[in-house]
Design a protein around this ligand. Sequence first.
Ligand SMILES: [Zn+2]
Length: 381
Amino acid sequence: MVRNELMAGLNPAYGYPEKFHPQAAEFFMNYTLEKELGCPNEKISNLLPPKDRICRFCSLKYPSVTFRKDAHIYSEFLGNKYLLSDFECDNCNLRFGTYEDHFSKFLGIARTMLSVKGKEKIPKFKSPGGKVVIESDLGEGNQTIIHAKRAITSDETFVFDAETKTTKINFTKHPYIPVKAYKALLKMALSCIDEKELWAYKMAFEYLKNGKHDKEWIGMAHVYRYAMPYTFCYLKPCGFLYRKRNPFNPAYTHVFVLNALNSIYQFVVPFHASDLQYANKKPGLILPWAPPLFGSPYPFSINTIRQMQLDFSSADTVRNDKESLTFSGSDDSYEIARIIDKRTGQIREEAFDGSKIIGIDFLRQPYDPKDHGPTDPSTLS
Ligand SMILES: [Zn+2]
């Protein structure tokens, strides 16, 4: 991994794969780290008592609004247990819960595959109509077994390719509204903005409040994403708020980067008062990609990192968003099937026939207990 001299403000343990050097140079030339906010390992105790709180999202104070619920800065289902805020009222918390629900549906099977616990347990993924069910089972000794089952064997949910020795599981995500999923991300970014600069984001808070402006204030809901294979996971989310170095540079003031699960999301924090002058001007602003940062060497090939640009502008429900999961099996597993007789425990062999298979189990090694630094990019293998 490498670093460049412009990264001086970042944790010295962080680096990026060499392949991303040109974009890192461009990004850090324009932006510098303003704040890194990771999740603590235990409850934080310096929060204001509820009666002294003001909600930054609706500007209401106690007692016009209540602050009874734990308000998580990053969604709890991403693995954030203890990073809480004292500036989100129960009403806003409830509304953000619906945004998170859309974001979670957009994520599909990620949380199950990566065995990241939400409030209580690792979620089970059940595709619409129950066609495919994926479960993560924490067994003894921290072994994890992922079970995939399908309802009928005659469909295209499991595809076995004997030639490439790969298996593909095809499934459909639950319907979600992109702009609502985006607002879950935006809320996390706005929670990281310094209190003294909140005034500049008045429009962003207005936009987050409801769907009133979803069809007119468009164009900024674009998110860059790096997706790592499911053998990798940030056990806890971590956010990086970057600020443009030169205030006169025609670029957005803040860029937010969130490392969560097996992905990195990057987007501009929209509607800063001093950025509005760039709105509707052509050519549009170009946002350089921040390089993917890791706290320790990663256990996968760089070529498996996928880079994609997501457009979350639409306020219409996305249905039939398809995803697939591909993995390879052992050399002879596509020729010979070993069948265990559950009654006698005996194993018999017969010719492999994919059309008879209703379930697949994969075994995953335990997490590496080694500390990988504040962003916790822990590994699975
Ligand atoms: Zn509020």
